[in-house]
Design a protein around this ligand. Structure first.
Ligand SMILES: *Cc1c(COP(=O)(O)O)cnc(C)c1O
Length: 436
């Protein structure tokens, strides 16, 4: 019985790999790391403990781990032009928690975006089980959001903050960045105002850190952010993990907050994978990011030319890897997420601004969010975005059966087997690695 289950798990893993090698991966928060990153990730580092900072560990056995972690830190600082990097947070949420713990107290008020306007659950209120509210006891107030611009409204946000100050509820912390994130946030424009009120500025670049590293999005540490948190596996094509970047003057507070505050052991195989990914990004990141943004725009334009509503049209649909498609004319995001998946096109449903007021919820929202980073890493360019738009149109508008479209998707995908923008591209992107 246990042997049967054991075999079954490996069967399922192999099936997953095969399925992904025949699918179009458009989840905006996912990516495919290089074979080199996967090799580092599979190493024995993942079985060790190295609590603390390199050279000051609580455990023995760390001499090579320490060297790797110091290289990872150096590469991170170089890639993001940062004075300080803590590469230990094991996820983006963990990085945010470390920053909340370092720079706020429970009951403080934080400015952030609500989820339908792009905020992440880790910026959320306690009543939604958001990390900031539930775990660190922060009160969350919202920036004003302009749906036409698909961005934070600077003047109205200032007015809201002034009102909060009048009501003795002065925010102490402002969180920029988000999960539905089409255009750079106006942090430069709000920086002086926030600083004049002694409001600490953090920028959550979980989604866009790869684009920032490739110099194709805003540069938070130069635009007013005092700290920057990120995931290492979204547009940044590393292993799953997190990171905090900042300035030397905040380093000690961040270090204590990461360890022992918010992690005991950090994931050392992930640290090694981060180093490999950062090295590849220093070499290939700009080229990859340029193509990623071009592809997102091309996909938006292709869908829009077929009559499908894509948000942010006024500003060219997107300046990131993401596009937000309003499918409410044809059905709902939940239904289409399922049908697209049946056709081997992996994308996720998305709450759009205005959805809650219109009576929609996260199970049946009005939108689909599409991300271009993983298909870009598979070597796709603008002309392939046209083909992807066709597949989506056939399912959402023409109501073709997913089965029918799936055959064409499998054939289309068979031309793209390798990871690009990497030092070594020998093995197939989704190759199942057997070491038993
Ligand atoms: C994905 C995301 C996170 C969380 O990252 P994990 O690495 O999944 O913990 C945090 N903030 C934003 C804005 C995100 O989109």
């Amino acid at each position: 019985m246990s042997r049967e289950k054991y075999n079954q798990v490996f069967d399922l893993l192999e099936k997953h790999h095969k399925w992904f090698s025949e699918s179009i991966p458009l989840i905006a928060s996912e990516n495919i790391p290089s074979p080199a990153v996967r090799e580092a990730y599979a190493s024995d580092f993942g079985n060790r403990y190295a609590e603390g900072w390199p050279g000051e560990r609580v455990y023995a056995g760390c001499k090579f781990i320490d060297e790797v972690e110091l290289i990872t830190i150096d590469l991170a600082k170089k890639l993001f032009n940062a004075e300080f990097a803590d590469v230990r947070p094991i996820s983006g949420v963990c990085a945010n928690l470390a920053v909340y713990s370092a720079f706020t107290n429970p009951n403080d008020t934080m400015m952030a975006l609500p989820i339908p306007s792009g905020g992440h659950i880790s910026h959320g209120q306690k009543k939604f089980s958001g990390t900031a509210g539930l775990v660190h006891g922060l009160n969350i107030e919202y920036f004003a959001f302009d749906r036409e611009e698909m961005n934070i409204d600077v003047d109205q946000s200032k007015q809201r903050i002034e009102k909060l100050i009048e009501n003795n509820n002065k925010p102490t912390f402002a969180m920029f960045g988000g999960s539905l994130f089409l255009f750079p946030h106006p942090m430069k424009e709000l920086k002086d105002f926030l600083q004049s009120h002694d409001i600490f500025i953090c920028y959550d670049s979980a989604h866009v850190s790869g684009l920032i590293a490739g110099k194709q999005f805003q540069d938070p540490l130069r635009e007013g952010a005092q700290t920057m948190t990120l995931s290492t596996h979204k547009t940044l094509p590393g292993p799953q993990g997190g990171m905090v970047l900042s300035f030397d003057k905040y380093a000690e507070d961040i270090k204590k907050s990461v360890f022992p505050g918010n992690t005991s052991n950090h994931h050392l195989h992930s640290v090694a994978g981060k180093a490999i990914a950062f090295a590849e990004m220093i070499e290939f990141g700009e080229e990859y990011s340029v193509q990623t943004v071009k592809n997102a725009r091309a996909l938006a334009e292709a869908l829009s030319s077929k009559g499908i509503v894509v948000l942010g049209e006024k500003n060219g649909f997107t300046a990131s890897h993401q596009i937000a498609v309003d499918v409410s004319k044809y059905g709902d995001g939940g239904k289409f997420e399922h049908e697209l998946e049946e056709a081997n096109l992996i994308a996720n449903r998305q709450l759009l601004p205005g959805d809650i007021k219109a009576g929609r919820d996260y199970k049946r929202p009005g939108g689909i969010r599409l991300g271009s980073s993983e298909v870009t890493r598979l070597g796709m360019k603008e002309s392939e975005m046209q083909e992807i738009a066709n597949f989506i149109h056939r399912i959402i508008v023409k109501k073709e059966t997913p089965e029918n479209v799936k055959k064409d998707i499998i054939e289309f995908r068979s031309q793209f087997t390798k990871v690009h923008y990497a030092f070594e591209t020998l093995s197939d992107a989704y190759k199942y690695i057997k070491i038993r």
